[in-house]
Ligand binder design. Structure first.
Ligand code: SF4
Length: 215
């Protein structure tokens, strides 16, 4: 049986949410096996391209986001005590009415499910940082008063320079919370989940050698 108090106390990251949707086993290996996760070349390239994109964004207008004005903040460390969740958001845009999370991706494909829910999790963290804490840690300059709820976010694909707007719906928020509960129960009970059925995901996975049932 799941040790509920222990499960509730497990701190998670937005990356866990993204990876759990991609393949729950990745999160299982990360938390339940004493492994040192290798830093792959792909991860290193990802970090470099994010840093490069930050430099470009600082010089560009906000026209891609269909905004005229806004304050951009990069690499925002966010945390919610309520959700037991933390993460580092690539960029946030603050306008007079909105706080908008933006994630940079190296992919050339359109928005995948795990990227959408990653963005939703960041939206929830941004809301908590801005409105739930007694004193917000994320302060936007001037007298900006964004809406209480983050209603949308963007995924910016670096290779194609395309930007996708994603609506952050109540159902998405509920789904993020459900995933957090599922991850905590999995980690607390140390039960290995099913492997992903999409075997193409295993090809580049750094944990492939631990998945004995994968052919
Ligand atoms: S090898 Fe496949 S099943 Fe195993 S963790 Fe990686 S993606 Fe998941």
């Amino acid at each position: 049986m799941t040790d509920r108090p222990a499960a509730q106390g497990i701190e998670l990251t937005v990356t866990d949410v993204k990876q759990y949707i991609y393949c729950p086993r990745v999160v299982y290996f990360t938390y339940c096996m004493a492994l040192i996760r290798p830093t792959t070349t792909k991860m290193e390239l990802g970090k470099q391209s994010h840093a490069c994109e930050e430099g470009l964004q600082k010089r560009r207008t906000l026209v891609k986001y269909q905004l005229i004005k806004g304050e951009r903040r990069f690499n925002l460390r966010l945390r919610s005590e309520r959700l037991g969740l933390s993460g580092m958001l690539d960029m946030a845009i603050f306008t007079r009415r909105e706080a908008i999370p933006v994630e940079f991706k190296m992919s050339t494909k359109g928005p995948s499910l795990n990227h959408k829910y990653q963005l939703a999790a960041y939206a929830m963290l941004l809301e908590d940082e801005l409105f739930i804490r007694g004193k917000p840690r994320v302060i936007c300059q001037g007298s900006l008063k964004p809406r209480r709820y983050v209603r949308r976010g963007f995924i910016h694909y670096i290779p194609t320079r395309r930007v996708h707007e994603i609506e952050i719906t109540p159902n998405m928020r509920e789904y993020v919370k459900r995933i957090l509960t599922d991850i905590r129960e999995m980690v607390a009970s140390e039960s290995i989940p099913e492997a992903t059925r999409r075997k193409n995901r295993c090809r580049d996975c750094e944990f492939a050698r631990f998945c004995a049932d994968i052919t």
